[in-house]
Design a binder for this molecule. Structure first.
Ligand SMILES: [Cu+2]
Length: 164
């Protein structure tokens, strides 16, 4: 191999290594979340907390749409968009010990972020705004909510399974 060829070869090798490492970086999970509502004029009905049937939840006037219901464990990036025209929303990731015993703060009309184990969030997005957060997630079931007062019970929650 001439010296010139050797350098060219090394160049190819480093390009391949670089490509491989950027592939590894892009292997982090990506979840897209859309926060939606039917407009501030619509009444918030507090009947759609966790446990509401899918049929009931379909009547909710606000909600969260996730790109998927499960994602592999590890680094997970959440890209969050507030699709509302007039209402602030947020996305909070909780990992409650028991989904059937969620701690609720009645005085604040929202879930306790302490008792339900707060993992991370994109807080208070103005209408039309986007935000993102990358979290290191272990296998388990997570509750994704908007914790603006009243919004969780009005239907703004989804479950996300993190798989091994
Ligand atoms: Cu909300």
């Amino acid at each position: 191999m001439t010296k010139r060829l050797k350098y060219a070869f090394l160049g190819v090798v480093s390009a391949v290594v670089f490509a491989a490492s950027s592939f590894a970086a892009s292997a982090e999970g990506l979840v897209t979340a859309h926060l939606w509502d039917k407009g501030a004029a619509m009444e918030m009905t507090p009947n759609f907390a966790y446990g509401a049937s899918a049929a009931d939840k379909a009547k909710a006037t606000m909600g969260i749409k996730l790109s998927q219901m499960s994602v592999p464990a590890g680094k997970v990036k959440f890209n969050v968009t507030n699709d509302s025209k007039d209402t602030i929303h947020e996305m909070v990731v909780l990992q409650p010990a028991d989904l059937n015993k969620l701690a609720y703060v009645d005085a604040e009309n929202r879930l306790s972020e302490e008792s339900n184990v707060h993992i991370g969030e994109v807080s208070e997005l103005d209408p039309g705004k986007t935000g993102s957060v990358t979290l290191d997630m272990k296998p388990g079931t997570y509750l994704i909510v908007c914790n603006i007062p009243g919004h969780y019970k009005a239907g703004m929650w989804e479950l996300l399974k993190v798989t091994k």
